[in-house]
Design a protein around this ligand. Structure first.
Ligand SMILES: *Cc1c(COP(=O)(O)O)cnc(C)c1O
Length: 442
């Protein structure tokens, strides 16, 4: 459509980049239809949970002070438990972020002398300090909780023998990270997580299996809690907050696990009974309601990005055609210039702070400089269009989000335009990629 082309031109997208994006999109129609179907199922799943628990207008009001008898908060937690098919859930604005939710789940369910096992390699950067892999004040290590790790095999498969060998009489909790995070390993499908949990439970039935579910919610038809996970944990400023939740985290799982977490979050003796919701519940409810379709838009953006950059000969994980289990897209540029130009493009595409230039900085919790592009309505929200690039080899960026597919698409085109403007790529490279597409279509 001519109007759209003109609009893109007004927003700094050259004709070469626009045309390239058009061809990529054309090739993705079938996959996008599949994603829409998935979103439809998950939309109904969320709606059914809300109806089954009779969410009412009164649930949207908040409490203050101690927050006793907070109908909206308690009902929301039941809704989450229904969505994840768990016995209980803790969904609170007092859980400040994903790391906090994970730390809370770990610290409340482990005791001195216990051992924590990660059978899927190194966990997300910020968890290194929670566990004490990197010495840190207040870490699990300081409380006498030890940690063991079994890496994935080179081809991304589980090291079954190594895992069996690592489970011992002190192993009390197994942490499984669904998403690749800042790594280039594959993200785990719900099916593979289920296989892993079955294997572990066969060896030690009473071990608690926790899944770091960040970025994975609503990407598939089922969740890790449908295949044996005792706890799923995540952040509300990622998928399940639907872009509307301005803060928060959740833990859904076995009653005892959630109870332990509640006593740790507030206080022994108080647990889930306190914690005023203030005025935040409408955003939590409405965000969860929108989460399946918002996640679908972000997923389309990730697939679009994979195809745009794969055809330009950059290494992408996941690749352009493989199935998806989270909303993160890694693109390896191999140079700091590539990472920086990409992030500048994403920033320039934002609805907020599009006029500022992101720069690499020493972020708390990370062991190298990181450049972050985020012009979000909710600060740091990564269900909104955003990108992070640790400035260290292999110089990969991790792109995610987009509250709408249309915005994600614009952001990726803008990132490509930025690579051209910064001379990391040339127009000839884009033309060559277009040619390649045509050949493979034949
Ligand atoms: C984002 C994320 C976290 C931490 O969440 P924050 O909200 O950034 O603290 C943990 N694990 C994974 C896999 C993540 O993607």
């Amino acid at each position: 459509m001519e109007e759209i082309r003109n609009m893109y031109a007004q927003m700094g997208i050259s004709n070469a980049v626009f045309e390239y994006g058009e061809e990529i999109t054309e090739n993705l129609k079938e996959r996008f239809a599949e994603i829409d179907q998935n979103a439809e199922y998950n939309q109904l799943k969320v709606l059914k949970a809300m109806q089954d628990h009779q969410v009412s207008e009164a649930c949207l009001l908040g409490t203050t002070g101690y927050g006793y008898n907070d109908l909206g908060r308690d009902t929301l937690e039941q809704v989450y438990a229904s969505v994840f098919h768990t016995e209980d859930a803790l969904v609170r604005p007092q859980i400040t972020c994903g790391t906090h939710a994970l730390a809370l789940a770990l610290m409340s369910n482990l005791r001195p002398g216990d051992e924590l096992l990660s059978p899927v390699g190194k966990p997300y950067d910020t968890l290194e300090e929670v566990i004490g892999i990197r010495p840190s004040k207040g870490s699990l290590a300081e409380y006498g909780i030890t940690y063991r790790q079994v890496d994935l095999n080179k081809d991304g498969s589980f090291d079954w023998e190594g895992i069996a060998g690592a489970i011992n009489e002190r192993t009390h909790l197994v942490t499984i990270q669904r998403s690749k995070g800042y790594q280039t390993r594959p993200t785990l499908s719900v099916k593979r997580i289920g296989e892993l949990i079955s294997f572990i439970k066969k060896i030690k039935p009473d071990v608690i299996c926790m899944v770091d579910n960040c970025y994975g919610e609503f990407v598939e038809l089922s969740e890790p809690s449908d295949v044996g996970a005792d706890m799923v944990v995540g952040s509300l400023i990622k998928n399940p907050g639907g872009g509307l939740a301005p803060i928060g985290g959740y833990i859904a799982g076995k009653k005892e696990c959630v109870e332990n977490a509640a006593y740790r979050l507030t206080s022994p003796g108080l647990g889930k009974e306190v914690g005023a919701s203030l005025g935040i519940l409408p955003q939590f409810y409405q965000g969860l309601f929108l989460a399946p379709t918002v996640t679908a838009g972000a997923l389309k953006g990730a697939i679009f990005a994979a195809n745009v950059y794969e055809n330009l000969n950059f290494a992408v994980i996941p690749n352009g055609t493989e199935s998806r289990h989270d909303i993160i897209q890694a693109v390896t540029f191999g140079t700091p210039e590539g990472v920086i130009a990409f992030c500048e493009g994403i920033q320039a595409a934002a609805p907020v702070d599009s006029h500022v230039t992101p720069e690499p900085w020493d972020m708390p919790g990370y062991d190298s400089k990181v450049i972050m592009a985020a012009g979000a309505f909710v600060s740091g929200s990564s269900i909104e269009l955003s990108a992070d690039g640790p400035i260290k080899p292999p110089y990969a960026v991790y792109f995610q989000g987009g509250l709408t597919w249309q915005h994600a698409r614009f952001g990726i085109l803008k990132s490509l335009q930025s690579l051209l403007d910064k001379k990391v790529l040339t127009v000839a490279d884009v033309e060559k990629a277009k040619e390649k597409l045509r050949k493979s279509a034949k």
